[in-house]
Design a protein around this ligand. Sequence first.
Ligand SMILES: C[S@@+](CC[C@H](N)C(=O)[O-])C[C@H]1O[C@@H](n2cnc3c(N)ncnc32)[C@H](O)[C@@H]1O
Length: 171
Amino acid sequence: MTLSYIISLVIFVILAGLTFYSFFIGAPYFKTPKKAIKEALKLADLKPNQKLYDLGAGDGKALIIAEKEFGAEVVGFELAPIIYAVARLNLFFHGIKKAQLYYKNFYKQDLSRADIVFCFLSIHAMKRLKPKFEKELRPGTKIISYSFSLHGWTPKKVIEGYPGKIFLYEV
Ligand SMILES: C[S@@+](CC[C@H](N)C(=O)[O-])C[C@H]1O[C@@H](n2cnc3c(N)ncnc32)[C@H](O)[C@@H]1O
């Protein structure tokens, strides 16, 4: 076994471990369809200069659409290292300069400055986020969740057929 082989193996194991960790504590990586992102942002009535937080930003597509097409200030958190790197490249190639994308765990971030929170996560993650939303989000903050509802909250609106459901909540 050569040294370079061992180093590659160690790097692979670390990256795979970090990726698995983010999938385990939040949600695995799946893309929200572009059409669903646009519809969700319209549903939330996202306006220029409003702050949109994407919890689990994936490949950064929602950040790109929110900034380019809606003029929003965007903030994203992504914890899977390879997906984070892909998002960084996507932002770069789309000429997105103002977006703030962090390689951070969203459970540990302060969400109080968000006007709109976007998420496509899992049942487990929504349950874990609920008390955080209740504690940190300001009255009037909107939450748009693709596919997963917030248990115990009544959505203001639900639209279907994208192909999943889009839930809109307001604090
Ligand atoms: C289903 S994907 C959604 C990606 C993107 N928001 C979209 O809609 O296309 C969920 C993403 O959340 C990330 N994630 C899961 N738990 C996380 C955490 N605690 N902090 C940051 N990112 C997390 C995963 O790595 C994955 O990329």
